[in-house]
Design a binder for this molecule. Sequence first.
Ligand code: KPL
Length: 317
Amino acid sequence: MQSETGVMQIVVVGGGSVGLLFAARLARGGQDVAVVTRSSLQSNQLSREGLTFHSLDGARDVVKIRSQPIENGLPFADLYLLTVKQTDLPGLLPELRRLHDSARVIALQNGMGHQELLAKSLSEHQCYFAINTEGAKRLSGTEVRHTGSGVVRIGPWEKNHTENDALVSSFVAAAASCGIHAHLEDAIKPFAWRKLVANALINPLTALFDISNGDLLENRHTLGLMRELFAEASAVAEANGQKMGEEQWQEIVTICRNTSRNLSSMLQDVKRQKRTEVQSINGYLALKGKEAGISTPLHEVLLRLILLKTDMGTGEE
Ligand code: KPL
């Protein structure tokens, strides 16, 4: 339960870069945070050693944190931040179905597809979404670096007519008090589309060429490719009712600048030989393009190249 001092019980599900970033910043700011990890090795290390956080200004802090593996289920909390990848979400659904009715879930996945999945397992009033542009790098299972400043926008998927949810509003206030640029929005879908397009340009190119987000802007070939990818993606977005003009292109350039030293999540996945989210990013755009009769040859090639790269690394399909 949320205490009178404004401390919330928050469970961060996922011990990757984004999960560790939010866990560290919320715990450092005095919130009651537990991290649920995939492996018991990571949860044991976190419980024993704490979580080491490197902030943007170079400061280093070790934060005490509770942690448990997902095989022990989800501990009780007011609010659950789902930071696992799209590909790991289906395995979490049985646990999410067991949550108490007053719990709120905020899903932070890249790409698209999670909204439909969660809608099948949770009641509408429990289900919130977040779009995050903060950069983070996981240095180990117990150490994370904040690599770029961004914002996290939180809200229901589409505008509904209910009033602001008190718990979610408190979370936004708590996150802001921990120095996180958190904003409450009345609909996340338009932001999700914008982030989808940004990820579809930045992530596969950085992963294929093993470069940081900022490097994309330094080379006329990558910049040119991004422009062409943007043209395909914005045509698909517009066919799906999402306006995507010059302002959105500038937003993508700004993301690259603000996270210039960051290695995109897809590059981090490729380096760690993990399955990427390319299917729900470029794959989703290609699929929506087909449905709308818009061809997306560049996104299809990137999809296949990333699948090929990770298949070669992991042997996974
Ligand atoms: O969302 C990201 C990701 O890496 O997945 C960006 C914002 C591009 C930061 O790297």
